[in-house]
Design a protein around this ligand. Sequence first.
Ligand code: ADP
Ligand code: MG
Length: 270
Amino acid sequence: VQQITAQMKQVQARMAGIKRKLVVMSGKGGVGKSMTTVNLALAFARQGVKVGLLDVDLNGPCVPRMMGLHGQSLTMTPDGALPPVGPLGIKVASMDFFLGDASPVRWKGPMDLSPVWLGLMEMNVIREFLADVAWGELDYLLADLPPGAAADKPPVIAGFIPDLAGAIVVTTPSEVASDVVQKSVTYARDMGIRVLGIVENMSEYRCPSCGAENELFEGNTEAMCEVLDLPLLGRIPFDRTLAKTFDKGQPLLDPDYPTIRKYQDIVGRI
Ligand code: ADP
Ligand code: MG
C-alpha cells in the first residue's frame, strides 16, 4: 500500500504540468477507440496547443504505429522517461514502448488465481509506467484506455490519472455496442468520472465508387444519449482512406479533408 501511495504521488508530480486530462473509453473493443483518440489529439494539436497522447492498452497498444512511431522508445533521463514526438508535435507515451516484447500472458501467477493475478500485474505495470513518464508542460493529455470485458477496468485505470477533466465515450451504431457502452458509462459515473459525451464511430459508409453516404443504423446512439443525458459530440463515418493512412503509420493530416473536419468539430465541443 505504501508503494502504491508513493507511486500515485509520483504520477501526480509527473502530470502537474498538464492543464486538461481526458480519457477516451468504450466498454467494447474494436469500435475505433484508438482511431478516435489519435484523431482528437491531432485535432487539438491543429489548434496550436500542446498535446500529449497516452496509450495504456496493454493487450494491443497500437497508437505508436498509427502515429508512425513504432520502434521508437522513451528516452530515459534522470528526470524521467521522455516521450518521443510524433506528427504536429504530439508527445506519445505508450505501453508498447514500455513493454517491448514482454507479453502480459507470460506474467505467470498461481494457476487458480490467474485472472486476478493478471489484473493486479496489469494495474501495477500501468501505475509504474505513469509514474515514469515526464510530460512537461501540456495543454491537453488524451489517454486511450483498454477495453474492459467487465467494463469496470477502464474506469479503474482512469482513476490513476489525477484531476481528470472527463471521459469521452466511443460507440458504434449497433445495438450490441450501445448496450456495452451504456454499462461502461454507468461504471465510470459510479467511480466519480465525469462523462463529457459520446462519439459515434463508423456511423455511415461512403461508397468508394459513387461517393454516396449511407447510414448503417439509425437512431440507436441518439436514443442512448438521451437515456444517459449526454451530448452526441459527433459522428465519424467509416472512412477506409483515412484508416489506411493510420495503418501505414503515415497519418493523413489535411485539415480540409471532410472526416478530419468532423474531428475538428468534435474538439470544438469538448
Ligand atoms: P479500438 O481501439 O476500439 O480497438 P481501433 O481504433 O484500433 O479500435 O480500430 C479498429 C480497426 O478499425 C482499425 O483497423 C481501424 O483502422 C479501423 N477503424 C476505426 N475507425 C474507423 C473509421 N471511422 N473508418 C474506417 N476504419 C476505422
Ligand atoms: Mg485500441
